[in-house]
Design a protein around this ligand. Structure first.
Ligand SMILES: [Zn+2]
Length: 284
């Protein structure tokens, strides 16, 4: 799933390639992709793209009177095309979900792999009309140490869950929360309410460094290359069974909420593997 660094890079790519261009047409392959009906998608024809930005994991394409807002969800992606086909988009079972064509024939496709269709497109007058944006927490790179401390204080919730909760902090998902906690050398199960002043500062630093590093690696990459860069840049996320790049211990995995998390026992949990709650429940 694209998170803050990838969505930021996609926004920068689109800002460079699409700003100033008029939209020739916007099409959906399935009506389920478009979550709004007013203004209609057809109203985009002729609109000029004024700017492209990011909020949380949302892409915001400012088209003057309306904003085209995109959430790629878990399996969605954006593909830039130098030449879009002239033929209208055919509805069907292909991964293709949405197509935007600009006045010069360039544009992008949104695709989504898998059977769970979560990719969402909104056409709204104000980005705050998108419920997922209106309820977003603050941007992590704009958070001060004190603001982070205030977000954690009194919260009886595991830090892994806090970091990826979009209502608390926007833009960090399953991958970068694993990376941040590895950089901070903290257990994903540590309770937010237990953080000392020094620990908040360590976490704050890890958030800044992890996201800025990832953004630095993605900067200037074409949309097509971003996905691969995310995978190669990660240290623990998705690396179960591989050696930790810091200490050489074997990276482990436990289930967490609706997915799983990866961590290094030596770096993060005093050498002790975390109990897999879901697994131990099954074994009882
Ligand atoms: Zn390690």
């Amino acid at each position: 799933m694209p998170e803050l660094p990838e969505v930021e890079a996609l926004a920068a790519f689109l800002r460079e390639h699409a700003t100033g261009h008029a939209i020739a047409r916007a099409e959906v392959a399935s009506i389920a992709v478009l979550k709004t009906f007013d203004p209609p998608l057809s109203s985009l024809t002729g609109a000029v793209i004024a700017d492209v930005s990011r909020r949380g994991k949302f892409l915001d394409i400012d088209c003057g009177d309306a904003h085209l807002v995109i959430h790629l969800a878990r399996a969605g992606w954006l593909r830039w095309k130098d030449a879009q086909p002239d033929k209208p988009l055919k509805p069907g079972k292909s991964p293709l979900a949405f197509r935007l064509v600009l006045d010069d024939g360039q544009g992008f496709d949104l695709t989504e792999q898998g059977t769970q269709k979560r990719l969402a497109v909104y056409l709204v007058r104000d980005p705050q009309d998108v419920p997922g944006i209106a309820s977003l927490g603050p941007e992590p790179l704009e958070l001060s140490v004190d603001e982070l401390a205030a977000l954690l204080a009194g919260r009886r919730m595991q830090i892994k869950g806090v970091l990826r909760d979009q209502h608390i902090i926007a833009g960090i998902g399953n991958a970068y929360s694993d990376e941040v906690l590895h950089a901070a050398r903290m257990s994903p199960y540590k309770l937010a309410s237990s953080f000392t002043t020094d620990e908040v500062a360590t976490l704050h630093n890890a958030i800044q460094e992890t996201l800025r590093d990832a953004m630095g690696r993605s900067e200037g990459l074409a949309a097509a290359d971003l996905k691969g860069e995310k995978k190669t840049g990660l240290r623990v996320h998705g690396k179960t069974g591989e050696p930790c790049p810091v200490c050489g211990d074997t990276i482990r995995e436990v289930s967490f909420a609706d997915s799983s998390l990866q961590y290094c026992p030596t770096c993060q949990t005093g050498g002790k593997p975390l109990a897999d709650r879901r697994l131990s429940r099954l074994l009882k």
